[in-house]
Structures are given as structure tokens and as C-alpha cells.
Design a protein around this ligand. Structure first.
Ligand SMILES: *Cc1c(COP(=O)(O)O)cnc(C)c1O
Length: 343
């Protein structure tokens, strides 16, 4: 049987043998009682990597983001983020549901914001206006084709937020991809953000889990909100062990995924039916096809040849590289792209 090349998302990875071993041998306890040493080890490890005080293991990145937004706002406040932001588009309106806050959407460059874009959108104190209290950045930007911030772009945003008394949260679902691409140090992130959400189940290849990072005080409150959301888990150390394994073994290899994405983008650039491609900075390739082509049909044609990808808009398609896509499969995908003759 032909092997399927699944590039729909970097969430489709299966645990490796080494990861499964680590999970099976994890020492666990009841984490709601604070008695799971593996969960605690993961939380401490992730916090130390980013220079933050404390961490909280959660079932998903949606939950870590939503908890952070709840910690940093009160009802009737306003959150500033880019219009592409996962926290706005793909978390089911959770900002309204969980935090009763409104959202001010900005139009960054592939989702990348700047102080110049943010400052005019901060509401002044006025009885008509919601209080702006939080800015959320995403790094890398999923819908921006994996575009990344360098720390020197984040620093001035942090400075603006400090002056204006706003909190700054990072949706770092793919922060390790950003670090691999920019060469920035994870440890330096802690000084710029009040909250950081990292995903273990994307490029890092763990089956489940995200970690929210922040001050001890913030994480204490976050722990309570997680419980209210139904996210308090018991012997979660089996899952946390996969996360620890991922942090130890799967960060260094992300550059391979980026090289693979680059190779795919190169093949796409040679296809007559591709109109444009966003620069493949990390592990995501987003491209626009000739408007006469039905993307649904195109995706189906790829699937028939064993290559799975996603339509992300009426004319755009996304391919994502990850731990379970190897060099040989990338070569095969390039062949499929070069020989495809879309209707
Ligand atoms: C995947 C993702 C998340 C979290 O998603 P979950 O599926 O809830 O873990 C958050 N932000 C971005 C940018 C993502 O791509």
C-alpha cells in the first residue's frame, strides 16, 4: 500500500517509540492534589526554558490561551490582536464566552504587529470605550504562513505595553519553530511577556498538551481557572512525560522541517497553476492558486495521489511539515506537485 504523506497539520504526528517508553515509565500521582511529579517537572522545565517563574500543564493550546486572556482581562475590557490570530479566529469566540471581553483586530504584515499599528488602537479613558488591557501576539503566525517575530520586533511592543499599562501574552503554539528560524534565545522571552503559551502537540510531536507560563501569582490564578474550565487532570504525568521527552529530543530537529517546507515551496514556485507563495520561513507553506482552479478539487487531486493538505481559503492551500514527514516523502511530494495538472 502506498504511504500517505499527511501535511494537513503538524498536529497529526504519532508518538515515537522513545516517547512511548518515556510515557509508560512515568511516575504519576493526582495532579489536582498537586501530587504528580512528572507534571510538576514539565511545568518547571518549560518555565526555566523561557525564563518564567511558573508553568501550568493544560490539555490544549486553546485552553492555555483562553486562561491567559481570562487572567489578564476583566469583563468589558478589550484585547488587541491581529485579525489572523488563532485566539480570535479558531477558539470559537472563546474571548467573548470565557472573558466577556471585546476584541480590536489589527491588520499586520502576515499577522506581524508593530508598536505603530498597536498604539493608535489603545483606547483612551472615556466612558464610551472598553478598557484596553491586553495585547496578544502569535509566534509563529499560523495564518501568516508561519511568519515569525524576531525578539527585536517584540521588545518595542513590550515597551509600549509597559508604558500603557497593558499585559502582553504570547500565543507560542509554534514558538520553537520561531526560535529555530530566528536564532533568538528562549530564555530571553520571559522578560517581554506576562504570559506565554507553548504547544507540545504541534511540531514537538507529543500526543497532547500545552503549557502556560507566567509569574507564580498568575499561574496560581490560572490553575484555578483551569479547574473551573474542567481542565484539572489526575494522573496526567503520562502525558507530561511525552512533553518532557519532546522538549529534550524534538526541538533540535525543527530545522529539518523548515528545510522540507522550503523544498516544497521551491517545487510549488515551478508549478504554472500556483499564483503566489508566502515565504516559507518555518514549517508552513501557504500558496495561492490560479483563481480558475477549484481548491477543493485540487486538494482532492493531491489526496488521490497520497498527499494530504488543506484548503485555507477560496484560493489558498496550506502544507505543513513535521516529525512524521521525512526527506523521502518530501521528494515524493515534490514529484506529485511537479506532475499535477489541475483541472
Ligand atoms: C494549534 C494552535 C493553538 C492551539 O490549538 P489546540 O488545538 O487547542 O491545542 C493555538 N494557537 C495557534 C497559533 C495554533 O496553531
Amino acid at each position: 500500500m502506498r504511504e500517505i504523506i499527511d501535511m494537513r497539520s503538524d498536529t497529526v504526528t504519532r508518538p515515537t517509540a522513545g516517547m512511548l517508553d518515556a510515557m509508560f515509565s512515568a511516575r504519576v500521582g493526582d495532579d489536582v492534589f498537586g501530587e504528580d511529579e512528572t507534571v510538576r517537572a514539565l511545568e518547571e522545565k518549560a518555565a526555566a526554558i523561557f525564563g518564567m517563574e511558573a508553568g501550568l500543564f493544560c490539555p490544549s493550546g486553546t485552553m492555555t490561551n483562553q486562561i491567559a486572556i481570562k487572567c489578564f482581562t476583566k469583563p468589558m475590557d478589550e484585547v488587541i490582536c491581529d485579525q489572523t490570530a488563532h485566539v480570535y479566529r479558531y477558539e470559537v469566540g472563546g474571548i467573548a464566552w470565557n472573558s466577556a471581553a471585546s476584541v480590536r483586530l489589527l491588520h499586520g504584515d502576515r499577522g506581524i504587529l508593530s508598536p505603530e499599528l498597536i498604539e493608535p488602537e489603545i483606547n483612551e479613558d472615556n466612558i464610551h470605550y472598553p478598557d484596553t488591557t491586553l495585547v496578544v501576539l502569535e509566534n509563529t503566525v499560523n495564518k501568516g504562513g508561519g511568519a515569525c517575530y524576531h525578539l527585536n520586533q517584540i521588545e518595542p511592543i513590550h515597551n509600549l505595553c509597559s508604558i500603557k499599562g497593558l499585559k502582553l501574552h504570547l500565543d507560542g503554539a509554534r514558538i520553537f519553530n520561531a526560535l529555530a528560524a530566528t536564532g533568538d534565545k528562549a530564555l530571553h522571552y520571559g522578560r517581554y511577556f506576562d504570559g506565554i503559551s507553548i504547544c507540545l502537540s504541534k511540531g514537538l510531536g507529543a500526543p497532547v498538551g500545552s503549557v502556560l507560563l507566567g509569574s507564580k501569582e498568575m499561574i496560581g490564578r490560572a490553575r484555578k481557572i483551569r479547574k473551573a474550565m474542567g481542565g484539572g487532570m489526575r494522573q496526567a504525568g503520562f502525558l507530561a512525560a511525552a512533553g518532557i521527552y519532546a522538549l529534550d529530543h524534538h526541538v533540535g530537529r525543527l530545522k529539518e522541517d523548515h528545510a522540507h517546507a522550503h523544498a516544497l515551496a521551491e517545487a510549488l514556485a515551478g508549478a504554472a497553476w500556483v499564483r503566489s507563495i508566502l515565504p516559507a520561513e518555518t514549517n508552513i507553506v501557504v500558496f495561492e492558486v490560479d483563481p480558475r482552479i477549484q481548491v477543493k478539487t485540487l486538494v482532492k487531486q493531491f489526496a488521490d495521489k497520497g498527499l494530504l493538505c488543506n484548503a485555507t481559503g477560496p484560493h489558498t492551500v496550506r502544507m505543513v511539515t513535521h516529525l512524521d514527514v521525512n526527506q523521502q516523502q518530501v521528494d515524493q511530494a515534490r514529484e506529485i506537485i511537479l506532475h499535477l495538472n489541475p483541472a
